[in-house]
Each structure stands twice: as structure tokens, then as C-alpha cells.
Design a protein around this ligand. Sequence first.
Ligand SMILES: Cc1cc2nc3c(=O)[nH]c(=O)nc-3n(C[C@H](O)[C@H](O)[C@H](O)COP(=O)(O)OP(=O)(O)OC[C@H]3O[C@@H](n4cnc5c(N)ncnc54)[C@H](O)[C@@H]3O)c2cc1C
Ligand SMILES: Cc1cc2nc3c(=O)[nH]c(=O)nc-3n(C[C@H](O)[C@H](O)[C@H](O)COP(=O)(O)O)c2cc1C
Length: 767
Amino acid sequence: MRIACVGGGPAGLYFAISMKLRDPAHQIEVFERNAPGVTFGWGVVFSDLTVDNITTNDPASAEVITREFAHWDDIDVHFRGETITSGGHGFIGIGRKRLLEILQDRARELDVVLHFNSECDPADAMWGDYDLVIASDGINSRFRDAEREAFGVDEDVRANKFVWLGTSKVFEAFTFAFEETEHGWIWAHAYRFAPDASTFIVECSEETWRGFGFDKMSQDESIAACEKLFAKYLDGHRLQSNASHLVGSAAWLNFKRIKCERWSSGNVILLGDAAHTAHFSIGSGTKLALEDAIKLADVLNRKGLSLEAAMDEYVAERNLEVLKLQNSARNSTEWFETLERYTHFEPLQFAYSLLTRSQRISHENLRLRDREWLEGVERWFWKRATAGESNKTAPPMFAPFKLREMEVMNRVTVSPMAMYSAVDGVPNDFHFVHYGERALGGAGLIFTEMTCVSSEGRISPGCTGMWNEDHVAAWKRIVDFVHSQSKAKICLQLGHSGAKGSTRLGWEGNDVPLDEGNWPVMAASDVPWSPVNQVPRPMTRADMDAVRDQFVAAVKMGIECGFDMVELHAAHGYLLAGFITPLQNKRTDEYGGSLENRLRYPLEVFAAMRAAWPKDRPMSVRISATDWAGEDGITSQEALLIGEAFAREGADLIDVSAGQSWAGQQPVYGRMFQTPFSDRIRNEGKLATMAVGNIYEPDHANSILAAGRADLVALARPHLVDPFWTLRAAAQLDYRDVAVPPQYLNGMSQLARNLKREAEMAAALKA
Ligand SMILES: Cc1cc2nc3c(=O)[nH]c(=O)nc-3n(C[C@H](O)[C@H](O)[C@H](O)COP(=O)(O)OP(=O)(O)OC[C@H]3O[C@@H](n4cnc5c(N)ncnc54)[C@H](O)[C@@H]3O)c2cc1C
Ligand SMILES: Cc1cc2nc3c(=O)[nH]c(=O)nc-3n(C[C@H](O)[C@H](O)[C@H](O)COP(=O)(O)O)c2cc1C
């Protein structure tokens, strides 16, 4: 094949090499606008896996590259006068200029034709003479942008400013240096890539950038200002730029995240940064470029594969890899963009939060990297959780937590889950066993399912209720069992179904009206949940008074039952959520319109409940922190305001759920997918929060808690099939000080032994 690679960066050069290695008959030319040896940027970091990949692909170039790698293990985080060092991170890096020299030499050796000082224009007719044109022309690809629609380009220009500098100061550790200034926080990411040189990337918010006047400075002035700001880390070494082609403030960039729906059009194929970018803070752009190149060369040389099939395979495999990395990169980007959310943390927790920001590194990963450091974090966590009383080194999920006078023995909760098994709202033996079993299972706090304050406030005929003495007696039996047979606390979740009422049992069809016996429903407005649901009656003030009083009556019954805590369910599109979300609330009175108005009634209900509930016992509220409807619904910024408003009325904990507030929601699922909302409310609002949503491993729980993203973690579905999730987690983590029912002690120690043996065998096999 006759192939032109536009752009002689890592992607273009390595693709040319990989093609020639597979078939020397290919005629390949690389066109690079710069002269040899002229490039932007300084060092790049790699992972061990990338090294394995390039070694398999081309041992010759890999041998030279790896010989020249700079290695380092530690990460130093400088924050508020302290340096936190954690080890075991195992980085490798090389100068970008040197990497390109090695690749250029290797390409020449394989008879690739290199044209330097060749600015390529996609409009030039010459590209039609090639079988393939590889657009490896980087993040600002002209070849991609010439056909933006054909490639389906999605560009996201991020908020922060950064400048990529170099220095002769040799940083022995990967260094993050955070400085608080009169204009806000500014920080550097620095690492060594050669025996005598380091990369030094300076980053800050646009506000800080303007505050310093970087927007009006020449490049030299910017560099001088950065040298002054970071003088204590530079030991007299200078900072340098090699972006001399960029004038004035243009040396400062905003990172641009690129995604493309399609990676080929006609004879043009996108490769590397031209097709996708990943934020520099996770250092994977070069890795992606090299791995793209290997895969593309593979499929193009596979015998019997048409070009179309080859492209399909290339995109399918690489896109998945890219999406995974872009996901982590987005988490990391957002962490730096919302840095001020975490600057009130103590240095150790700040460093933990930084290290786990992309969610690729978890609590147990950190233990593997540097056990001693991680144990220091655990000790710190326990000390704080016990107001200095405990010196324990143990997983954060087992640390106690106090809300008012209620202390829960650990941070794991059984999330509220409707069981649809009551008759006339009365919990029965199923509920007795269900809740009792989960209380024995080791979680610190058990939530009841949404228990409805009236018969017509039920979701389905099977929902539990709290509106008469039969309910009190049945719930009291359950609460008494929990208190007498376990150390768990139990929280009563109270709610009213609103527009989502009068529907079938969960397993007979979610939110589907009953075949017969439907009862009329009411809500904030006459907006039906879906076209098949009833049109609700908009509530009058008299309805509001009646429902508020029902909530208060239910709270009083909750006191009779002996519940430790009460939660108001104001999430998931039920009655109170229906007031809060603009998707359901279309009122024009003082209960509709602005967020303040939409919150008025739910807050009134909460305040009335709080007044009836004992002062020493806590109350929480469950909210949907987003409607998954973009700006049309509740956003995470509004969720913060909602959390703060309930806290002002006496909510001790915000239970941060999301969605289910309109039938057309577009959630973005994943591990711990709702935790970012809890993180924001906890750390911007300085409120206690509970995170929920696809948290299913002990490692998730510990990572969330130690990083200060929530105070409690709630697990729903994992507890359905495993009431003993917490005890199993304790066995897995070899944590002994957990509340095991004495009847089950033997089983617990056997489980711990077996899991330990299995872990040792797995480790031995891996070694
Ligand atoms: C601050 C910063 C730090 C980074 N740190 C890391 C890191 O630590 N690790 C890592 O793996 N990645 C890092 N990256 C990302 C990395 O630089 C890129 O992902 C990688 O270079 C992509 O390779 P590429 O070949 O696709 O694009 P590029 O390296 O951008 O190469 C494109 C080439 O095309 C040439 N070109 C462009 N247009 C034309 C034209 N019209 N005609 C001719 N030639 C043209 C350019 O001159 C350039 O040489 C970082 C990026 C930034 C911004
Ligand atoms: C069967 C079932 C019933 C649920 N019922 C309730 C409920 O009554 N009240 C509530 O607030 N959330 C309810 N939820 C939502 C869960 O509490 C939780 O927020 C959600 O399942 C996400 O957590 P998970 O990924 O751990 O399952 C229910 C979830 C399930 C699976």
C-alpha cells in the first residue's frame, strides 16, 4: 500500500514503523511540519503495560526507549506546608524529543520516507494519490477538522489553564506542588524524564490566571512569574518553554477533550490525538497513540480482511480502550477543576483524594503500592472518626459515625428497598425476617423501605405503611428484634408516592398502573408519570396540610416503635420530589417556579417532622441530585442548594441518590456513579452525606470514605442477595472487630481463613 502519514508525532511515526515491520513492501511517507528535533512539550510517562505492548510490537525500538527511561516510584504532594510522600507508584518516563528521535531513526532504518518542514493542507489534491492518508496530526488536526461532520467530532474545551514547561531541576519523585495565593490556588505537576531534566506543568483556574494577569503577559513574563511562585521547589533552577511558536498568553492552553464518532472517512484514517485526547493529568496520550498505531497496522495487514472490516475492528477495539481512559481522565480533570472543594482537607486526606481522583487507583491498590502509607491514612481516619480516641489501623468502612446522639458502629448501610410484600401497609413475617436478617448481617444502619404515610400515598398495594396502630405494632416487633439481637441502628424512611402511586408490585411491572382497583393520585401538578399513568390531581393547600400532618403522625408512630432515625423520601419522582423537580412541578403559585418556591412545601413537611421527632435523634432526607435531564431538570449545582436548604431545617444527613424523577431520564451508569453528587454536597456544602448507587465492593466503600466523598455508603441490590455483605467484607479484609452474632462466630472465622488462603494462593500464582 502507498500510505501518507500526516504528522510525525508518536502516532504517525510508530504507525509507519509498525506497517513496515509487518510488510516491508508498503511505501510509507511521513510529513511533519516541524524540522527534526523541534517539538513542543517535555517528558511523557508510560505504564508497564505500554512497555510490554511496544516490546512485543518492535523489540528494537523498545530496547532503545526502555534503556533511556527515567524511573521513579514516589509521589510527593506538597500542600499547606506539608509534604506527603507515598511510594510504589512505579512510573517510567522519557523526553518527548528523545522519543521522537528514536522513532525517527527506527523509521529511517525501515525505509520510511520522512519529510520535515512540510505543512500539509487537507485540500491539496495530492492526498488522492495515496491508498491511505493517516491523519496523525495531533489534537488540532486540520485533516479531522476539514471533515468534522464526517468524523462526528465532539470537542469539550475544559475550564483550567495550563502551560507545559521544562526545568533542569531534577525531581526525584512525581511532584504535585499546590500553592495558595491571593488570586486562588495554582499548582504544578512535575516529574523527571531524563538525568538532567524534568517536565513542569503549571495549572490553575481561569480566574486565578486572570488574577495574576497571565492573560496580558508575554511568555517570558509568565515563566518568570511561575519561577517566583514555585521558587521553593525549583532550588534556583530556571523554567523554560519550548513553545516559542506560541506568542504571549497563547503558551497557556485549555485542555481540549476530543472524541470522534467515526475514525475514517474516504481514504483518511484518524490516529492518536487527532481521534481522541485524554487529559495530561493521567499521562496516557502517548500510550493511546502508540497502541492505536499497533492495532491499525495489525488490522491493515491481516490477510483476507477488507478495508471496511479492518476499520470496524480497529475502531471497535480502540474506542473501548479510549472510552475507559477518557472516563478516568474526565474524573481526574474534574478533580483539578474543582480543586477548591478539597482544599479544606487535611494534607493526608488531600493527598489520598488526589491519588484516587481518576478512580483507577483504589484503596486496596494504594495498599499494594505502599502499605505503610495507606495504614497511616487508615489510622488518621479512625482517629478523626473517634475524636482522637482510637489508634486503630483498619478499613474506614468499619469506623463509627455519629449523628446527633446516635452512633452507628460502622459506615455501611442497607439502602431503602421496597419489598412490595405488605397487606394494607402492615409489615409481616417476611419483613420481620428480611430486616432481622440484614441487621444480623453486620451493617451499621438499616433503612426501611419507603413506608407510606397514608393508604393512597402507597406506590403499590404491597407497600408498607405507618398510619395506624397495626403498623406501629408490626414495625415495633421488627425494631425490637434489631435492637435486642444486633448492634445495628434502624431508620424509618417515610414517603408518599404522588404521581407514581397506584401501580403494580415491583416485579409485576415498574410504575405500571394496576389492572383494577386503582385509587386516585395527587401530585404537585397534573403531570402524569408517563402516558400510561393516571393524570394526578394538583394538590390544594388543604391537601398539603393533610399530607404534612400525615407525615407528622407517622413520625410520632415511629417514636412509639423505637426507630433510631427517620428519613424523608424526597427523591425518585415521588410526591415531594415531584414538587422539587421542574419536570413535574408546573405550578404558578408560591410552590412552583423558582427552586426556592419548589422547595417550599417539601421543606415545610421536613420542618414539621423535625419538630415532632426527638432532638437527640437524627433525621435525613433522600434527594435526587440530578434528573439526568441536563439543564431542563435538577442539576448538581441545584442539588447542593437543595441539600443546604434541608440542612437548615435540621437534616443531619443528605442521602444523595439520583434520577427516577421522569420517565425519559438518561443516566450515566458505572461503578459508584452517583458518588460525585455526594462528593459535591459534602465538600462544597460541608454537610454529612451518604453515597449510594452501584457501590458493591468493600474497596469502593473504603475509597469513597477515605477520600471524603461521603460519610456513609449505602448498598441496596448487593444486600438483596447477601444480607451478610458487611460480615463478608470484614472477613475479606481480615478485620475481626465486627459485630458477628455469637451464633455465627464459627462460620465467620472459617470464612476469614478460607478467604485469606485463597488470597494467598492468588498472590502466589500471580507472582
Ligand atoms: C501538557 C501535556 C502533558 C502531556 N503529558 C503526557 C504524558 O506524560 N504522557 C503521555 O503519554 N502523553 C502526554 N501528553 C499527551 C501527548 O503529548 C499526546 O497524547 C501525544 O503526543 C499524541 O501523539 P500524536 O502523535 O497523536 O500527536 P502529536 O504528538 O501532537 O503529534 C502530531 C504531529 O503532527 C504535526 N502536525 C500537525 N499538523 C500538521 C500539518 N498540518 N502538517 C504537518 N504536520 C502537522 C505536529 O507538528 C506534530 O509533530 C501530554 C500532553 C500535554 C498537552
Ligand atoms: C428492589 C428495590 C427497591 C427499592 N426501593 C426503594 C425505596 O423504597 N426507597 C428508596 O429511597 N430507594 C429505593 N430503592 C433504591 C435503592 O435504595 C438504591 O438507591 C438503588 O438501588 C441504587 O443502589 P444499588 O446500586 O446499591 O442498588 C430501591 C431499589 C431496589 C433495587
